[in-house]
Design a protein around this ligand. Sequence first.
Ligand code: FAD
Length: 442
Amino acid sequence: MTRPESAVHDVDDAGAVDDYDVVISGAGLAGSAAAILLARRGVRVALLERRSDPEAYKVLCTHSLTANAYPVLDELGLVPALEKAGAVRSEARWHTRWGWIEPRAAPAGPELPYGYNIRRSVLDPLIRSHAAGTPGVDLLLGHKVTELVGEGGRTVGVRASTPAGAREIRARLVVGADGRDSAVAKLAGVAARQHENTRFGYLAHFRNLPLRGGIGQTWFLEPDMAYAFPNDDGVTVLAVLPDKKRLPAFKEDLEGSFHAFVRALPDAPPIDDAEPTSKIIGLVDYPLHSRRPTAPGLALIGDAALTGDPLWGVGCGWALQSARWLAEEIAPAATGRGDLDRSLARYARRHGRRLRGHQFLAADFAKARPFNPVERLMFSAAARDASLARHMHLFASRLIGPLRFLNPLALAKASAVNLGHRRTAARPGRRPAVSVLGRSRR
Ligand SMILES: Cc1cc2nc3c(=O)[nH]c(=O)nc-3n(C[C@H](O)[C@H](O)[C@H](O)COP(=O)(O)OP(=O)(O)OC[C@H]3O[C@@H](n4cnc5c(N)ncnc54)[C@H](O)[C@@H]3O)c2cc1C
């Protein structure tokens, strides 16, 4: 259990100045993970969360953690607790106009890497209580960061509003893990580079909504998108992400439009037999953001540094990964045993190297356009070839970057697969059948 505020920190000293090595704003996924990983390296951490409820969680999420999250969850020691809580392995298949891409382990090969589908109402309190129980972390609930303390051109602390009044907390490093609208980034004047997202999205939870094969499904409908993920406790999350041009008509009858959209999906899940367990919630304007992840005395992790397009379902994995990169790079310097600015520069380089390419592709795909020629090549070949389906799984799981995904060998293999497919199709009586948007086409 997460401890209540009064048990984890004495707030009688409102107005006093506290000193820590690191102060983190935001006890969501990124902030809690960073606090744990830093404290294990001997760093004294103040973890501030504006919400007072230890069970608070992010509502706007479809809770599918890609396989890049697994090593961090494992290092955090959360895997047994997640499995006990009923987390579902995040296996998935993707519908394209060439049929389903169904990544499967190679015969006699290792199992495919996986993450977990687990509702944030379970995951967020779990990781936060884990942080609260980590020696070296003070979880301060009900602490909203409202100002940064600066000295000599660098950030040296924060001021927070708390139920007991204002409080100043100083530290060698301030970490903004406070999400997409990061107050820390704004207060530090770190601008966000925005990329328009020309899709809108709505999601809802259901029970009794079986999915084919019991695994996640994503529909690429060019340009519309949809996905469905089985979660813990028998809950299936359904999300639709149509082109914004459809928004006015869609909003006229939200429930009717949502159901009609799902019903029209190829191999549609039986939504009319399912029991809704949440409202339909969504977002009509959700641009992608990237920010420079460091400034003097300051680092950004998770959505505060980079907010991708929700349609790829990768933000939770990146929140956890960026927390780990930061902890690995800055822990010694945060305790005064190294050059903090150099450590921050290393973190910034690592962050950019790992995520810039993904964000570039996501920003382009967020233009709600049909597949471009390279996507057509790779997606069509992956629907026809098991090893390319596995290759695509590694990319979708963010275990490889765009350069490895589109390496010359993979492109050559995809071309050969498609050529072979065309030759087979041209032979009289040997034309392979593929499912196109639910209809069987030759
Ligand atoms: C519709 C939708 C669906 C998504 N689906 C998926 C998915 O399926 N898979 C996936 O991997 N990602 C998904 N994402 C993205 C994912 O939700 C985020 O990337 C992830 O939550 C980022 O984690 P974070 O810790 O950086 O930020 P958050 O989870 O936003 O946590 C930020 C924390 O900071 C706190 N905070 C904010 N301001 C302050 C302040 N001033 N002082 C103190 N505390 C503060 C907040 O209360 C919160 O606890 C989705 C996003 C959307 C919008």
